[in-house]
Design a binder for this molecule. Structure first.
Ligand code: ADP
Ligand code: MG
Length: 584
């Protein structure tokens, strides 16, 4: 379809929006254009987080010479022709606004050659004005370079975060597109340094390997394409086994007809499917494609096209939940002896810690699985009546302290061999769970400060803090506004050293600024306070202190990892020791 300017009535039906708010929004629009042009190889490069330059080069269809200037007009698109098209959008773009919007806030150059034309075209815009256009020799495809983004809109410029944060947004975006389009090659550079690169094999697992590394890739379970298919809705992709979990929901990723979307309801469907399999407050790694007929989903509701509306929201929710749950069930079967009803032993904690289920609600999970009769008939045969095997026992055996090395690690001996414990990570876990309980009981102990420090913040941080003072109060802070963008810290959680007060508060604010829609103040405050009230590495501990610490760790529910997911200990078994010393 040639590029044409949409008639006013159609243009008016399109959810309008200022879509360009940061470098990542520019990258998003340009990469979507490359994908719509059926490029198989896309190279993205930014410098200074994208504020200096952003370039996106593709080997796609290119733009015919006579249509190049039109592409920069508002509402100029080759992707929609009629109002009906708007209800069955198959491309990522459809508004015809991106090139125009980006050109108006930057210095923007585009060079392109359509496959069937002998020469290409190059065009340059400054602040929305065309500066020149002419022929150029180049390969088939398109390259767009955006310089000095927002140079003529200082207010917008001011809202940009640090280069690192902006590059982070770009990297996350490219990761998502790489996962959504495993058959295309993506290469991302930041300040001339390679950030990520995928090979375009078409296998999602290869993309996961390239982006997350071998350790994660090995713990991902396939959700094959035939897992859920019903009424034109299909769900497939990869999900992390329960041993893999994160502090936030950033790695719960959905694509609807290859479009990366944010959807809290679907995220909740996933949370429910993992219910009781993950530690409290932790989130799985989930990458799911949802495909459905384009007319079943409205992509025209949000300026950034990152939210969509399903005609049958309930059906999509159920499909996602079913796909995740059945994958978890079928890929981690347990021996028949552990099926509920046959043996109650598997429901109790090992080491005689009472009769409580190993994971609260696990019995519920088993029942849910047995209710698969509610599922569509086509799915029933695939549903095994297995219970997911919980991870190996979370409890620690009794440990005997041997000593401390490097003022950082505690050496201990247990029935299973040698344990090396990271004192900071271990104490963080202890503090985290203690704070969780204190918080639940509404009694986080606080200490009043004799000379309350004054915290000076940037205007944005100040607004953020004023809006969320309560979240901090719940964790033992008493902070009040004290003049212009200044705050008085009158009390802090017990144990927080005074020199770390500003660090702790700004850590929470930074995380809030960078966090996504699912950022949790409570969660972040909890982690920050746990971290800064825990013993540090480099601190000498007496034998009594070490014993106390290890004993407290024995009583936590997840002694093996700190709240950030780092291991708290390394275990070397007796057998391993014997192997190391060639005794066997
Ligand atoms: P939209 O993508 O919504 O159509 P844009 O402003 O992003 O609007 O782009 C306008 C038009 O320019 C597109 O419809 C497409 O025809 C053309 N175009 C933009 N980028 C490319 C590209 N990388 N390769 C081929 N054509 C492109
Ligand atoms: Mg576009």
């Amino acid at each position: 379809m040639p590029i044409q300017i949409l008639p006013p009535d159609l243009a008016a039906k399109i959810a309008a929006g200022e879509v360009i708010e940061r470098p990542a929004s520019v990258v998003k629009e340009l990469v979507e254009n490359a994908i719509d042009a059926e490029a198989t190889s896309i190279r993205i490069a930014t410098s200074q987080g994208g504020r200096r330059t952003i370039s996106v080069a593709d080997n796609g269809s290119g733009i015919p010479a006579d249509q190049v200037p039109t592409a920069f007009a508002r509402h100029a698109t080759s992707k929609l022709a009629s109002v009906e098209d708007l209800y069955r959008v198959r491309t990522l773009g459809f508004r015809g606004e991106a090139l125009a919007s980006i050109a108006s806030v930057s210095r923007m150059a585009l060079s392109t050659r359509a496959g069937d034309e002998p020469v290409g075209t190059s065009i340059l815009f400054e602040g929305g004005e065309m500066v020149r256009v002419g022929p150029v020799a180049r390969n088939r495809g398109t390259e767009v370079t955006v310089e000095n983004l927002f140079y003529n809109t200082p207010a917008r410029l001011k809202f940009l975060r640090t280069d690192t944060t902006e590059s982070g947004h770009v990297a996350r975006l490219i990761s998502s597109y790489s996962l959504a389009f495993p058959e295309r090659r993506f290469e991302l550079y930041s300040n001339d340094r390679l950030v990520s690169k995928t090979t375009g094999t078409g296998q999602m697992r290869d993309v996961v390997l390239a982006l997350y590394g071998l350790d994660v890739a090995e713990q991902m379970l396939d959700v094959p394409e035939n897992t859920y298919q019903r009424d034109g809705v299909a769900v497939w992709g990869m999900i992390g086994s329960p041993s893999l979990h994160r502090a936030n929901r950033r790695d719960v990723i959905f694509f609807v007809n290859h479009r990366w979307i944010q959807d809290t309801a679907l995220a909740y469907a996933v949370t429910q499917a993992y219910h009781t399999l993950l530690p409290q407050g932790r989130h799985p790694l989930v990458i799911l494609n949802i495909s459905l007929p384009p007319e079943e989903v409205d992509v025209n509701i949000h300026p950034t096209k990152q939210e969509v509306r399903f005609r049958e929201q309930g059906a999509v929710f159920a499909a996602v939940q079913w796909a995740v749950r059945s994958t978890l069930m079928s890929q981690r079967p347990v021996p028949a002896a552990e099926l509920p009803g046959r043996s109650s032993a598997s429901w109790t904690r090992p080491h005689g810690h009472g009769e409580a289920p190993l994971y609260p609600g696990q019995a519920q999970m088993a029942l849910d699985v047995q209710r698969t009769g509610d599922l569509p008939a086509s799915q029933q045969t695939a549903a095994p009546l297995f219970v997911v095997q919980p991870r190996p026992t979370e409890r620690l055996p009794m440990l005997r302290i041997v000593g401390q090395i490097a003022q950082t690690y505690i050496i201990a001996e247990g029935p299973g061999g040698l344990y090396l414990i990271d004192q900071h990570a271990a104490h963080e876990r202890i503090r985290y769970e203690a704070l969780q309980e204190e918080r639940a009981a509404n009694q986080v102990p606080t200490q009043q400060l004799l000379t309350p420090p004054i915290l000076e913040l940037s205007p944005q941080q100040s607004t953020l803090l004023q809006d969320h003072l309560e979240a901090l109060t719940a964790f033992g802070f008493d902070v009040t506004l004290f003049g212009h963008n200044a705050f008085l810290v009158k009390a802090v959680p017990v144990g927080l050293p005074s020199d770390l007060i500003p660090v702790a508060i700004s850590e929470v604010l930074d995380a809030a600024t960078e966090g996504g829609a699912d950022f949790s103040w409570a969660d972040q405050a909890l982690m920050t306070v746990a971290c800064h009230t825990a013993v540090r590495a480099g601190q000498t501990l007496s034998p009594v202190e070490m014993r106390d610490l290890v004993q407290q760790l024995e009583h936590t529910s997840l002694p093996h990892t700190c709240p950030h997911g780092r291991p708290t200990m390394i275990h070397v078994s007796q057998a391993q020791l014997e192997r190391y010393f060639s005794r066997t």
